[in-house]
Design a binder for this molecule. Structure first.
Ligand code: SF4
Ligand code: SF4
Ligand code: FES
Length: 257
C-alpha cells in the first residue's frame, strides 16, 4: 500500500447513510453549518463555493488543495490537504491554492547531477535552521527536514528518494522561517537523478525505438478506422496487468512491446 493510500485512509471521511449532525466552521471569516463527515473541500462546496482553482484530483495526489486552519482556543496554525482533512467544529479555514515559491529556471540536460548544482540554483538551502516545521506540516508524512539536510550535504540521490511522495502542495514552504521552497529543491534533485544518475530502463529505450521506427503506425491506423462499438470490444479484450504483478510481468500478446 502506498503512503498516499495510507494517508487517505487515515483522514478521508467514511460514507454515512444516516442523517448527520452539522458542525460550525468559518470560511474566510464567515460561519457555515456543514455535515460533520465532510472534508474541508466538500464543506466549501456544501457552503456554496465553486472550486475552480485549488481543486484537482480530490484524492490526495495532485497537491492543489493546501489549506491552513486554526481553532479559536489554540495558538497553533494547522495545515492539511482540503480533500483529505475532515472538518472539525469551529475550524477557521483559508485555502491557499497557490503559494508563491522561488523556482529556478534550468535546462536539465546541461546540469551536472551534483550538490553544487542544487546549491547554485537554490543557495537559500543553507539558511535552514533545522526547526522541523516543514516535516510537521507535510500532509504526506515526508521528512522534509531530512531531504533538505541531504541537499545541503549534496546527496542528490537521497534527496530524490526521500522526497518521492511529494505532491507539491507548498505547505512546507508556507511555514518555513528560512523561506525555503523545499519542493522545488526536491523536484530538481529528482530530475537530476532521473536524467543523469538512474540506470536506463531497457524496455523504455526499446519502446522509444519502436515508436521512432513507426512500428505501431499500421495498428494505430486500423484503430482509427474502427467503429466505437468495435473499439470497445478491442479494449475490453485487452489483457490488463494484475494489481500485484511482478516487476517483469509482460502481456501474452507482445505485439506492442
Ligand atoms: S521549515 Fe525551513 S528552516 Fe525549518 S527545517 Fe524546514 S527547511 Fe529548515
Ligand atoms: S514536501 Fe512540502 S510540498 Fe511536498 S507534500 Fe510535503 S508539504 Fe507538500
Ligand atoms: S485536490 Fe488533489 S490533493 Fe486535494
Amino acid at each position: 500500500m502506498s503512503k498516499t493510500e495510507t494517508k487517505a485512509k487515515k483522514t478521508a471521511p467514511k460514507s454515512k447513510k444516516k442523517e448527520e449532525g452539522l458542525v460550525p466552521i468559518f470560511i474566510m471569516g464567515k460561519q457555515y453549518e456543514v455535515p460533520e463527515s465532510l472534508t474541508i473541500q466538500k464543506a466549501l462546496e456544501y457552503a456554496g463555493y465553486l472550486l475552480i482553482r485549488g481543486c484537482g484530483c480530490r484524492g490526495g495526489i495532485c497537491g492543489a488543495c493546501g489549506t491552513v486552519y486554526r481553532f479559536p482556543d489554540s495558538y497553533r496554525i494547522e495545515v492539511g490537504l482540503a480533500c483529505q482533512t475532515v472538518v472539525q467544529p469551529n475550524m477557521y479555514i483559508a485555502q491557499i491554492p497557490f503559494f508563491p515559491g522561488n523556482k529556478a529556471v534550468y535546462d536539465i540536460e546541461k546540469l551536472e547531477p551534483t550538490g553544487s548544482t542544487i546549491a547554485a540554483l537554490y543557495p537559500e538551502i543553507f539558511k535552514c535552521v533545522g526547526c522541523g516545521t516543514c516535516t510537521r506540516s507535510c500532509p504526506m508524512d515526508i521528512d522534509v527536514l531530512s531531504y533538505i539536510s541531504k541537499a545541503i550535504q549534496g546527496n542528490v540521490a537521497e534527496v530524490a528518494q526521500n522526497s518521492f511522495d511529494c505532491v507539491m502542495c507548498g505547505l512546507c514552504a508556507s511555514r518555513c522561517p528560512a523561506e525555503e521552497v523545499q519542493y522545488n529543491v526536491a523536484i530538481l534533485a529528482r530530475r537530476l537523478y532521473a536524467r543523469h544518475l538512474a540506470p536506463k530502463a531497457k524496455h523504455v529505450g526499446k519502446a522509444v525505438r519502436n515508436i521512432e521506427e513507426k512500428k505501431f503506425e499500421q495498428a494505430l491506423d486500423e484503430l482509427k478506422k474502427m467503429k466505437v462499438e468495435d473499439l470497445k470490444k478491442v479494449y475490453k479484450s485487452l489483457e490488463i496487468e494484475p494489481e500485484m504483478a511482478e516487476e517483469d510481468w509482460e502481456p501474452k500478446d507482445k505485439l506492442c512491446l
